[in-house]
Structures are given as C-alpha cells and as structure tokens.
Ligand binder design. Structure first.
Ligand code: GLY
Length: 391
C-alpha cells in the first residue's frame, strides 16, 4: 500500500522527467533536418524532372504526375528544409518542382487544389515574399471555389461516381486554409465566406457526439439533403479513420487561427480529446490506421501521427497552460517516436523518404506500410513549429 502511494506520488515527476529539455529538442530538430537534406537528395535523384515522388514500394520508387493530390508536398517539404538550412541546392530543387506544379493552379478535378498549391506555393511565398508565388495562390483560390455548391453549403470534394452523388470528405477541411489566407491577403471576401460556410456544414454533418468524424458525407444536390454518411479509407462506416481524425483536428485548429471563433477551438479540443484519450492509441501516440481497426495491433499510420503532432503544436498556442502542456507534450511524444528508428528511415533507404510506415487505404490494400509524401511534410512542419513556438 505504502509503495503504491509513493509510486503514485512519483509518477507525475517521472513523466515530467521524460519531457525533453529545450536543448534536447533543438538537437532532435537539427539532427532530423540535417538527415532530411541528405535523404531528400536521394529522393531527388530517383524522381524524374517532370514527375513528383509519391511512395516507395517493394524496392521501387513510385512517382506521380502533378495532377495527383499529393503533388504539393514534395516541394513544400523542400521549402521547410530550405527555411531551416538555407541550402541553395534545396531551394533550386524546390523552384524546379514549383515550375512543373504551377499549372495545377487551375485544377478543378477535385477539392485538393489547396493541398497542391498552398503546401507548396504557400510556403514559397511565406519564406521568400516573392509576389509571383502569391499570384499562383490567388488564382488557385478562384478555381477552388468553382466547386462550391450553395445547395449543400459545401465545396464538393470528389465528382459524382457510381456510388456517390455529391461527396464531401473530412479531408476537405485542409483545403480551406488557402481560401482564408487569400482573403486575408487582400483577395475576394467570398473565399473566406465559403470556407466558413463549409467548415460549419462539416461540423454539423460529419461529426458525431464523441468528436470523431465520418469520412464521407454524400449529399443530394437537387434537395440539399444528406443521402448517406459512409466510409472511404477507414474500417467501416462508423469507425474513426485515423488520418481523417487528424485532418479534422488540423482543420478546426486552423479555422480558429483565422477566425478566432470559439466554436472552432472547442471543436479542435474535442477532437484532440477523442484522439489522445482513445483506448486504442498506442503509448507512442502514433495511431493504427483506424481507431476501430478490426484487428489490433495492426499497421500504424505515421502520416496521421505527423499531421496530429503538427496540429497539436498549433492548438497549444490557443489554450491555457494545462491544456497547452497536454497538447505540446503529446506532440513531443509523437515527434520523438517518428524520429526513432522505428519510423524513420536510415540514410539512403526507403527510396529517399524520411518516414516509413504510413497507410493510404488499408482495406483496398493500397499503400500499406509505406512512405508517403504528406507524412514527411507534416513531420517537418511539426519540427519547424516546435522550433518557432516552443524553443
Ligand atoms: N486526402 C486523402 C487521404 O488522406 O488519403
């Protein structure tokens, strides 16, 4: 009894002791960045000049054209690397990739123009201040809102298909940043209005009382009503697909940044609680591909961990000390895990990607336990955010 009491008293001290010092975090960030520059040279060398890296599977590099939704992440990651290292070769590679990506500023095939243009040109503009990059984002915002459907108060994510009439997916929250930013920087007020209407609709229709989200809400455009709420890349219709939960966490935190509307902060905190208190979240806080995966343990999704880590670091900026310590502490656990040999590749391996172990779509057996560009992107973003806000 007495030893149990002593242990209970000491536990908080132990967990505080496990939090790294600022010096240790600075070292961790620097080591990751120096590694990533070398590793991304391997990725660069294995990616043809007119293509973008996508993954590395069974010993083969997989690339994509710029139309693929992930085409902005490689240049975006390069910009984070340039921001940290000021390495001219990294910047030159980032600029070459932007040149082939620029045509996607008129992308209307789906909602992903925000991922494509804002992760890449957004960082380029933030870091260089060169107006030519801002012009690309401003054009992209104009094309992005062509998918706004007033009848459903949302931007349509994917086109009509055999099974879906007018699908809106939780991932779409991420694309709103480009619209809010464009208005804030002097663009049409409509961009921001549409982003807010979309975020409010998603909050109402995608979310369940426990702050987990459906992946897809399918609407009837003629009546504006919901046809069904279904699964896309998760385990089943009512499961919590890990990356979807992370997109939502990031999305509502970002909405609060631009609007200071308390309901977005409350939503982000609710999502954070769902993730961090989930009984199936492993000790290193890198989730399985779905919180309700049929068999646990199963494959982890490093991308969901990286996105959530980056989002939690921002959320920590907007809350009182107790919550801030909780969010930043959890993000640090995630970033340290991702920096370890368990998730991070060895130099020259993994096709030149930084992180291993992400999952695209588990049940479709597509991109399972492989590197993915967005895992690397949000991992480096998280490290940069830690450096900016907490060092
Ligand atoms: N936006 C697609 C995905 O997260 O897989």
């Amino acid at each position: 009894m007495r030893s149990t009491l002593i242990l209970l008293f000491l536990l908080p001290l132990f967990s505080m002791a496990q939090q790294p010092s600022k010096k240790e975090m600075a070292k961790l960030i620097d080591e990751n960045m120096q590694f990533a520059v070398k590793q991304y040279k391997v990725l660069q060398d294995s990616t043809p000049a007119n293509r973008m890296p996508r993954s590395f599977q069974k010993g083969r590099s997989i690339t994509s054209d710029t139309y693929w939704w992930c085409s902005g992440f490689y240049p975006g990651t390069l910009w984070y690397l340039y921001e940290y290292t000021k390495d001219a070769n990294v910047r030159a590679e980032a600029e070459r990739r932007l040149a082939i990506l620029e045509k996607e500023k008129r992308h209307t095939g789906d909602h992903d123009i925000g991922f494509m243009i804002f992760s890449s040109f957004g960082n380029a503009y933030r870091i260089t201040g060169d107006k030519k990059y801002k012009d690309v984002i401003d054009t992209a915002a104009v094309y992005q809102i062509t998918r706004y459907r007033p009848a459903i108060h949302s931007i349509q994510s994917w086109n009509k298909s055999k099974n879906l009439n007018c699908p809106v997916i939780i991932d779409n929250m991420m694309n709103l940043e480009q619209l809010l930013w464009a208005t804030e920087k002097g663009g049409d007020k409509k961009f921001r209005e549409i982003a807010i209407i979309h975020a409010n609709t998603t909050l109402k229709n995608h979310y369940r009382p426990d702050h987990s989200t459906f992946h897809i809400v399918d609407y009837d455009l003629s009546t504006g009503s919901i046809i069904k709420k279904v699964n896309g890349q998760g385990a089943h219709d009512t499961s919590a697909w890990s990356r979807g939960q992370a997109w939502g966490l990031y999305g509502y935190t970002m909405m609060y940044r631009f609007t200071k509307d308390a309901k977005y902060l409350s939503q982000a905190q609710g999502i954070a609680a769902f993730i961090l208190n989930h009984p199936n979240l492993p000790a290193d806080k890198i989730p399985y591909w779905d919180y309700n995966a049929p068999k646990i343990p199963t494959s982890r999704d490093a991308s969901a961990g990286a996105i959530a880590a980056s989002a939690l670091l921002e959320l920590g900026q907007y809350v009182g000390k107790t919550d801030k310590d909780k969010y930043v502490g959890a993000a640090v656990v995630m970033l340290r895990a991702l920096s370890s040999d368990v998730y991070r590749a060895k130099l020259g391996e993994n096709g030149g990607f930084i992180l291993k172990n992400s999952v695209g779509s588990f049940l479709a057996n597509s991109e399972v336990d492989v590197p993915l560009t967005y895992a690397d992107y949000y991992f480096l973003e998280g490290l940069m955010r830690y450096k900016k806000w907490y060092l």
